[in-house]
Design a protein around this ligand. Structure first.
Ligand code: SAH
Length: 283
């Protein structure tokens, strides 16, 4: 880890998260991104076409991978839809940007400036290279920064999102930083997995997911408390759980399954875990 990377990661925990993502070369992330150059590290939504399971050998593998990629891109489309209608002069922030797929899509959709941040140097390098390949590096930039303390000016952003990256941080610290950076009236959107307060605490399956990703899945209620405490007023909440289950069923049958499919399917089916979209305005 370079000295810049050390100053971005403040704690041993953050360093272990950065180490994980710096080393990560999982085919479930890379082969799907290779389909069209949009690299996502999040899950998919919507029904899959069962015909992709019919082929054999490489043909079958490629069809499944393309279909999983279609579903993960559909997920990012839904997130961006809830960002409202930013104008090309606006700036957007992708907090915990991974290899940058959602940022590229945001620029294509809104034509605005996008900054993506990650605590993984490898991801930032990879994402900037992709922006160059797409010819949009003048508008989409990736930075090695901590989303709890980004160093960006106050009130600079019209919209901020976390696509499956809130489970690595304290929500109060995160939303305080987002409130600082968003201009009044700015929009915040997250898609996240959260555990169900009604079933009480983390289920075994949810704990297995935490362990697998070195993350700390929050309760559904934590989101609304932390948002309200930081001046955010939710406008839309969508339970995407039923829509993400087909992705996991397909992934379980795919050549890029990682072994975490069972805990996800168990947690969603037993109701101990939700896949939630929350959009909120900063007042
Ligand atoms: N949003 C991306 C990646 C999700 S994976 C996508 O949808 O594809 C989670 C991401 O959160 C990783 O990029 C990881 O580096 C990042 N992350 C975790 N903790 C962080 C922190 N404190 N500051 C910035 N990024 C962080």
């Amino acid at each position: 880890m370079t000295s810049v990377a050390r100053s971005v990661t403040r704690t041993d925990y953050q360093r272990s998260v950065a180490d994980y993502w710096n080393a990560e070369k999982d085919p479930v992330n890379l082969r799907l991104g290779d389909v069209d150059g949009l690299y996502h590290h999040h899950y998919g939504i919507g029904d899959y076409d069962p015909a992709v399971l019919d082929g054999r050998g490489k043909r079958r593998d490629d069809a499944i991978i393309a279909e999983m990629h279609r579903l993960e891109t559909a997920q990012a489309d839904v997130l961006l839809h809830h960002l409202g209608d930013p104008s090309p002069a606006d700036r957007l922030l992708d907090a915990g940007c991974g290899r940058g797929g959602t940022s590229v899509m945001a620029h294509r959709r809104f034509a605005c400036q996008v900054d993506g941040i990650s605590i993984s140097e490898q991801q930032v390098e990879f994402a900037n290279e992709q922006a160059r390949k797409h010819g949009i590096d003048g508008a989409v930039r990736f930075h090695l920064r901590n989303m709890l303390d980004t160093g960006f000016e106050s009130g600079d952003f019209a919209g901020i999102w976390n696509n499956e990256s809130t489970m690595y941080v304290d929500l109060h610290d995160l939303f305080a930083e987002h409130a600082r950076q968003l201009r009044p009236g700015g929009r915040y959107v997250t898609i996240t997995g959260c555990y169900n307060d009604l079933t009480g605490g983390r289920s075994r399956a949810v704990s297995q997911i935490d362990q697998h990703y070195i993350c700390n899945i929050h309760a559904r209620s934590d989101y609304f408390k932390a948002l309200a405490d930081n001046g955010f007023v939710p406008i839309t909440v969508v339970d995407l759980t039923a829509e993400t289950i087909p992705y996991w069923e397909l992934r379980e049958k795919s050549p890029v399954a990682t072994g975490i499919e069972k805990p996800f399917l168990t947690a969603y089916r037993e109701g101990s875990f939700h896949y939630l979209l929350i959009a909120a305005d900063r007042v």
